[in-house]
Design a protein around this ligand. Structure first.
Ligand code: URA
Length: 238
């Protein structure tokens, strides 16, 4: 792999900013292949260099994957003049990542971000059948008939053609709760499918993507890196 600046390599892991790396290096707290490197501008091959920061080995990952617990009010975009994006919730070093698919501004929950375009794209392809699971609260009483309509694959009045999906009712009343499982992610799809059934969504949260559940240890707005095992399990899906 091509050589890169030491501050860039270390900052890309998300723990330290480039400024912090410069300072740590200046104080002799960064070693590469056993020797202190005091200038963070020096270049190394991140895949072969043995880098230690504060005595701890840096486990370099070529690609970065994070799980964000998205709060309402943020756009799943990398840039938008109209408001805050999910990137505003991340440290500067991670703002090069892009969201894997989109959640509406008012939708909360699991959003993956990465710099690995190929796998991100594959996970979103309807051909791969990667399930996305949502928790939805609706106005109106959900019924078994709604479940059957979802299972058959709905043809919406607005022209949207939907693959068969799963609607699992958790509670039914004036307001109902359900889990919705889709293998595709068309624009406002859950809201449009439920609106078509006359049960508009009043709250929506994504709770799972493939075999990866939303980490309930993450408060809204918080993120964490995926483990190697989690990344491998995403790869195994496609
Ligand atoms: N379906 C929706 O309607 N909105 C989302 O944010 C995600 C799926």
């Amino acid at each position: 792999m091509a050589k890169e600046r030491l501050d860039k390599i270390i900052a890309s892991m998300g723990t330290w900013s480039r400024r912090e790396v410069k300072e740590l290096a200046r104080r002799g707290q960064v070693t590469v292949n056993g020797a202190a490197v005091r200038s963070a501008e020096e270049k190394f091959d991140p895949e072969t260099a043995d880098i230690f920061v504060n005595g701890e080995a840096l486990c370099y990952r070529r690609n970065t994957w994070i799980m964000l617990n998205k709060p309402a009010g943020y756009l799943s975009a990398t840039e938008d003049g109209r408001g805050e994006t999910v990137l505003d919730l991340l440290p500067r070093e991670l703002r090069r990542l892009f969201p894997v698919g989109r959640l509406d501004k008012d939708t909360e929950g699991l959003l993956l971000l990465t710099d690995e375009g190929g796998l991100a794209h594959a996970l979103l392809s309807p051909k791969r059948h990667v399930d996305k699971v949502y928790y939805a609260r609706t106005a109106g009483r959900l019924t078994e008939e709604d479940c059957r309509a979802f299972a058959q694959g709905m043809s919406l009045l607005d022209g949207l053609q939907c693959l068969p999906a799963r609607l699992e009712i958790l509670s039914a009343g004036e307001e109902s709760e359900a889990h919705v499982t889709l293998r595709e992610g068309k624009f406002h799809q859950v809201k449009r499918m439920l609106a078509e059934r006359g049960k508009p969504v009043v709250y929506l949260e994504r709770i799972q993507m493939g075999n990866l559940p939303l980490d309930r240890g993450l408060s809204r707005g918080a993120f964490r890196f995926l483990t190697e095992l989690e990344i491998a399990s995403l790869r195994a899906l496609v």
